[in-house]
Design a protein around this ligand. Structure first.
Ligand code: BES
Ligand code: ZN
Ligand code: ZN
Length: 476
């Protein structure tokens, strides 16, 4: 899909299919009057009309009431248009920029990223019906001033889509070795330093927590460290991702229902990788250390067991009470390793707890951490990208729930159903392996969509890339 700017008025220039965004109850004299009998401009309403003259097709897309407008309504409208155009096998779409009440730069970013994300579907059917959409025309009187925004949106959306593909693909294909190879290849292309630690090296480093989770699998675990160092920078940010390429729960086995979605358990790691790549493509002036802790969590002859006590890379010990709380175990080593780079900020991204889904559902990721300013900055990026985050409290009393009688920490409070404050306890656990200012994103509810909604097709959402790239772009 290519994007081009035109300076002409849309309706004169539209080649084929033109799109007009309208608020609810507002008409204009460009659109043939009878169309307004059907089209009311309600949220998400999409009507196709065929004017006598050019353009051949005019798509009216509703933004809802003007006073309730939010930039994400534009993203959702664009997604409806894209889905309509796919069915009609349209190749070129001309979008009017919404002039009144909307910032043009924001609109260009929203249209571009939504078009790319909505049109990107993951299918492995034997008879594919690929999208015919190949050209998006945008209209502006000052296109030069918008080139940078267009590029920004293309980079973030493409990296988001790349995350989706990795997450949606089979766990038997996208193994730790596979992801490490993707990281090496991408980093080589962009001139980024990339180090991959294998089982033997992890043993020498004392990364016994990652090794413990990996011990039930014949797939090699990998710890991947990517270092993006721009020519000039003042800040170093470490991004750390949970990379469980399949989470069966291990010996504390998960039930069959829904287990197929546990190929998503590496979404944090790959969103970290593609955020770092996006930042490099955008030449963001922040040094970024990306760490991915990659392994399967499955059952094999060597599998780690409830009751095991592990000495992590940091020296702290963990008592395993449930092998299904493996994310915090692998992250204990990954966060410690990230700390050795003395970052100004550390952000981890993890499909960490079902409890976060219970607390917040699927519209918003959980955020927890030890630095109010950092959390505030990520919240702002959440609103701008609509990858929203909601903070849960990190009161010190919660720490008690992570204390073991035999080891420094236990990986779950207890196995009793409804163990309290699961999402927070997960974060309190991670906090003990962190150096400096830190935020934790629990994306267990937001990384996967059970049904298509707007620009998010069913399956992996690619959450994290747009959020964190926006944060890095604006970090001070
Ligand atoms: N990967 C899961 C969390 C998860 C659940 C992600 C649903 C996405 C959707 C994690 O490893 C896990 O199994 N957590 C357990 C922790 C429990 C044993 C304390 C959970 O949330 O049930
Ligand atoms: Zn688990
Ligand atoms: Zn998991």
């Amino acid at each position: 899909m290519e994007f081009v700017f035109l300076e002409k008025e849309m309706l004169d220039a539209a080649e084929d299919t033109a799109v007009m965004f309208l608020y609810e109850g507002e008409q204009n004299d460009i659109v043939p009057a009878p169309a307004f009998e059907d089209f009311k401009g309600k949220d998400g309403q999409t009507v196709v009309c065929y004017p006598q003259s050019s353009p051949k097709r005019l798509i009216l897309s509703g933004l809802g009431k003007r006073e309730n407008f939010h930039i994400n309504k534009l993203r959702l409208s664009v997604a409806n248009v894209i889905n309509t155009c796919r069915k009609l096998e349209v190749a070129t779409i001309s979008f009017s920029t919404v002039k009144d009440g909307v910032n043009e730069k924001e609109a260009i970013v929203a249209i571009t990223e939504s078009a790319l994300m909505a049109d990107h579907k993951f299918v492995m059917k034997s008879e594919a019906s690929p999208s015919k959409i190949n050209r998006i025309i945008l209209f502006s009187s000052s296109p030069k001033a918008l080139e940078k925004d267009l590029f920004y949106a293309v980079v973030t959306a493409r990296n988001c889509n790349a995350v989706r593909d990795l997450v949606n693909n089979s766990a038997s294909t996208v193994t730790p070795t596979y992801i490490a190879k993707v990281a090496e290849d991408l980093c080589e292309q962009k001139g980024i330093k990339c180090t991959v630690y294998s089982r033997k090296e992890l043993k020498e480093m004392g990364a016994n927590a990652l090794l413990a989770v990996a011990s039930g699998s014949c797939e090699e675990p990998k710890m991947v460290v990517m270092e993006y160092t721009p020519k000039s920078f003042t800040r170093t940010v470490a991004l750390v991702g949970k990379g469980i390429t399949f989470d069966s729960g291990g010996l504390s086995l998960k039930p069959a229902a829904g287990m197929e979605t546990m190929k998503c358990d590496m979404a944090g790691a790959v969103s970290v990788m593609h955020t770092l790549i996006a930042a490099a493509e955008l030449k963001i002036n922040v040094r970024i250390i990306g760490v991915m802790a990659l392994t399967e969590n499955i059952i094999g002859p060597g599998a780690y067991k409830p009751g095991d006590i592990i000495k992590t890379m940091s020296g702290k010990t963990i008592e395993i009470l449930n092998t299904d709380a493996e994310g915090r175990v692998v992250l204990s080593d990954a966060l410690h390793l990230a700390g050795t780079f003395s970052p100004d900020y550390t952000i981890d991204v993890a499909t960490l707890t079902g409890a976060c889904i219970v607390a917040l559902g699927t519209e918003v990721s959980g955020i927890m951490g030890n630095d109010a300013e950092l959390i505030e900055a990520i919240k702002k990026s959440g609103l701008a990208t609509y990858e929203r985050v909601w903070e849960l409290p990190m009161y010190e009393e919660y720490k008690e729930l992570t204390v073991s009688e035999f080891a420094d920490l236990k990986n779950v409070t207890s196995n009793a159903p409804g163990s309290p404050a699961g999402a927070i306890v997960g974060a309190k656990f991670l906090e003990q392996f962190v150096k400096g200012k830190w935020a934790h994103l629990d994306i267990a509810g937001t990384d996967w969509a059970d049904a298509e909604k707007g620009y998010k097709p069913k399956g992996a959402t690619g959450v994290g890339v747009r959020l964190l790239t926006h944060f890095l772009y604006n970090v001070r």
